[in-house]
Structures are given as C-alpha cells and as structure tokens.
Design a protein around this ligand. Structure first.
Ligand code: FES
Length: 93
C-alpha cells in the first residue's frame, strides 16, 4: 500500500478509458463512487451487477480489473499513479 503521499496530492489514473485525476491514497472504490459508479462488475453466474457491499475486503463484490488483467478488490486497493482500471461499465463490458 502506498502511504507516502501528502494531503491534497493527486494522481492521474485511467478508468474505463477515461483519464481522471484523483486524490493520492484514495481507494479505487472511493474514486469510482465519486465518479458516479454504482456497479463495478457483473456476477459470472447470474450476470447481475455487483458493487460495494462490505467495504472492507471481505465479500469480493467490488472486484475491478487492472490494466494487466489482475482482479483486485476496489474497496481495499489504493490508487497508484498511472493505474488503469476497468469496470463492467467500460468498453467491451
Ligand atoms: S465491498 Fe466487499 S470486498 Fe470490497
């Protein structure tokens, strides 16, 4: 977890192909909610939309895909500069 940032410092990341500015130290989930996202992925079984539920890393309902294909829990993953994040709202979803 990146912890060496100052209050008010920003990072640039890409969400579903859109470059956005976010607060350093903010979680992916906090950024997505601030952008208006409510759904982050879809259930592989039912196809229903999934998003924040526990908000503490337990349920895995908030998974998003990073640029390298890694799936992470948005609620416990802090933003890193240049991070590429894909949700079920993005292209090809
Ligand atoms: S909301 Fe439950 S793990 Fe993220």
């Amino acid at each position: 977890m990146a912890a060496n940032h100052r209050i008010g410092e920003t990072v640039r990341v890409v969400v579903d192909g859109r470059e956005v500015e976010a607060l350093a130290g903010q979680t992916i989930a906090a950024l997505l909610v601030s952008l208006g996202y409510r759904s982050f992925n879809r259930s592989k079984v039912s196809g229903s939309r999934r998003g924040l539920f526990c908000g503490q890393g337990v349920c895995f309902e908030c998974e998003v895909t990073l640029g390298d294909g890694e799936k992470v829990r948005a609620c416990v993953t802090p933003l890193e500069p240049g991070m590429v994040i894909r949700t079920d709202q993005g292209e090809g979803a």
